[in-house]
Write a protein that binds this ligand. Structure first.
Ligand SMILES: Nc1ncnc2c1ncn2[C@@H]1O[C@H](COP(=O)(O)OP(=O)(O)OP(=O)(O)O)[C@@H](O)[C@H]1O
Ligand SMILES: [Mg+2]
Length: 507
């Protein structure tokens, strides 16, 4: 049996940004009707390669062929019309326009600059039906849908021009498990229709589940490729990192001490209905739950970002009563938001500036920038978290997604906070770096700092935390030692099937 001819063939692709050589001769072959996982560490060049393929960047060198013909898109629009569509992690919908308008927008029927409502709705309905989502309300504004439905709208829009190749860059990082499963169904349908799907994700188990083949990028080069079935994940991690990541959750011994934070019957409807918890020094407390269960709202409330309707948050040693984020910061509480944009990284400014300046703390005493301290901090964190960059003077906006996230974490850790609130800290971060971040969190706990970690990635919570609390529909239902949880038990409580009475005990 001969292998089918690739629908897409890239060879010798090179791309530099100034002194940064992002791609150094990459090759990639993808066949019709396959899901192809593109895997690699943060900064390996995945997004850059896909931006070239989808017409957002031009390559410096190399050849691209689509269905045997030379392919050189001049813009994302051109790429789309030629048959290559990309779904970015930050979706690109016009939120005030309706679902059907978004789907039809930019497709050929709109060329006249005028949309025929009936025909447009029909085409949109057809594209949604292809995805098994024909029931979606076409007339609602896109902004009124949840993230998973917005993603479906975006994919439906891509389908309108009959793509040969569909690229998804970390599509599941903001989805619930159920929504991710639905996305995988959608991808399976497209695959059956002969679409080639290129899939980028740091969740290797997920790649394993849905991909037929894989290509690993390392340092801007193709490190290997192969058939997914039968390739052990260790082998892939080895190709990515050039080393073994043996014990992802190696634990640093730490013992919880005195209570440092108490939340009592905290309430801020509609998203946060009722939550009480106690956090001890040297404790790592995980918050599990579905997206929208109120976990983010709970940590935001603790940090003083949202006002409480009722209930109280008490930080031991700090005055009681309402506190602003600035107060909390001064009381030794630090927060990393799940939303990189909200994080307030100053994208045009160097890494070093970002590490020492925040919304809550001025650059230095009396407005002086202590460049010596900044430089030292930058060097330290670049090594400690393996931030891929030229040096501490590089603007954060030039870093890859995962490396920007590492800067946000480093900035928090640079602050001597005794209580750390981490909302999805490893989102978009590669396996090797995840292990480093877990070890770091373990060391912080061993120093006596108290940590709350919100995560949708259950193996991470089970591997890292001492205690896990599960939230469901705005309520913190149950808090128990990690040893009393497993994935199934967490999911049961998170989906509302748990024993709520058992949760009351914890109170
Ligand atoms: N506009 C830019 N200017 C300068 N350097 C850039 C730019 N875009 C990307 N780079 C650099 O190119 C390299 C590859 O980045 P890319 O975003 O492709 O990585 P990635 O594999 O997608 O990583 P991640 O998993 O973190 O998303 C990185 O070193 C990054 O800093
Ligand atoms: Mg990327």
């Amino acid at each position: 049996m001969t292998a089918p001819a690739p629908v897409l063939r890239l060879a010798g692709i090179r791309k530099s940004f100034g002194a940064t050589r992002a791609l150094r001769g990459v090759s990639l072959e993808v066949t019709a009707g396959e899901v192809h996982a593109l895997i690699g560490e943060n900064g390996a060049g995945k997004s850059t390669l896909m931006k070239i393929l989808s017409g957002a960047h031009a390559p410096d060198e190399g050849t691209m062929e689509l269905e045997g013909r030379p392919y050189r898109p001049t813009s994302p629009h051109d790429a789309r019309l030629t048959g290559v569509a990309m779904i970015y992690q930050e979706l690109n919908l016009a939120l005030h326009l309706t679902a059907w308008e978004n789907i039809v927008l930019g497709a050929e029927s709109a060329r006249a600059g005028w949309l025929n409502r009936r025909a447009g709705r029909e085409r949109a309905r057809g594209a949604l039906a292809q995805l098994g989502h024909e029931c979606l309300d076409l007339d609602r504004p896109a902004g009124s849908f949840g993230i998973a439905e917005q993603q479906v709208i975006e994919i439906a829009r891509a389908l309108l021009v009959r793509p040969r190749v569909l690229i998804l860059d970390e599509p599941t990082s903001s989805l619930t498990q159920a929504d991710a499963a639905r996305l995988f169904d959608v991808l399976a349908r497209l695959r059956a229709q002969g679409v080639a799907i290129i899939y980028i994700s740091h969740f290797l188990e997920e790649c394993r589940r849905i991909a037929d083949r894989f290509t690993v990028l390392k340092d801007g080069e193709t490190a290997g490729c192969g058939v997914m079935a039968g390739t052990p994940l260790d082998r892939i991690v080895n190709l990515m990192t050039g080393r073994e990541v043996k014990d992802l959750y190696a634990r640093t011994a730490h013992t919880p001490g005195e209570v440092v934070l108490e939340a009592e019957e905290v309430r801020n409807c509609p998203r946060l209905r009722r939550a009480s918890l106690r956090l001890r020094a040297g404790e790592i407390l995980g918050l599990a739950g579905l997206i929208g269960a109120g976990r983010t709202e709970l940590v935001r409330a603790i940090f003083g970002l949202d006002r409480l309707e009722s209930g109280a948050v008490r930080i031991v040693g700090a005055p009681p009563g309402r506190a602003t984020p600035r107060d909390r910061w001064a009381q030794g509480v630090g927060f990393v938001s799940e939303d990189r944009k909200e994080e307030g990284l100053m994208l045009a400014r160097p890494i070093a500036d970002n590490l020492t300046a925040t919304k809550f703390a001025a650059l230095g005493r009396g407005g002086w920038i202590d460049s010596g301290r900044q430089g030292a901090a930058a060097r330290r964190w670049i090594t400690e978290l393996a931030i891929r960059c030229r040096d501490g003077a590089q603007p954060v906006g030039e870093l890859s997604g995962g490396n920007q996230q590492k800067v946000a974490i480093a900035r928090l850790l640079e602050h001597p906070a005794r209580i750390l609130l981490l909302d999805e800290p490893t989102r978009g971060i590669d396996v090797g770096s995840k292990a480093q971040i877990y070890q770091l969190i373990g060391r912080l706990a061993a120093e006596g700092r108290a940590v709350i970690v919100v995560s949708s990635y259950l193996p991470e919570l089970l591997g890292l935390c001492d205690t896990i609390g599960v939230m469901c529909r705005g309520e913190l239902v149950e808090v128990r030692p990690r040893s009393e949880w497993n994935e199934a038990a967490i999911m049961r409580v998170a989906t509302g099937g748990g024993d709520a009475a058992a949760g009351r005990r914890e109170g």
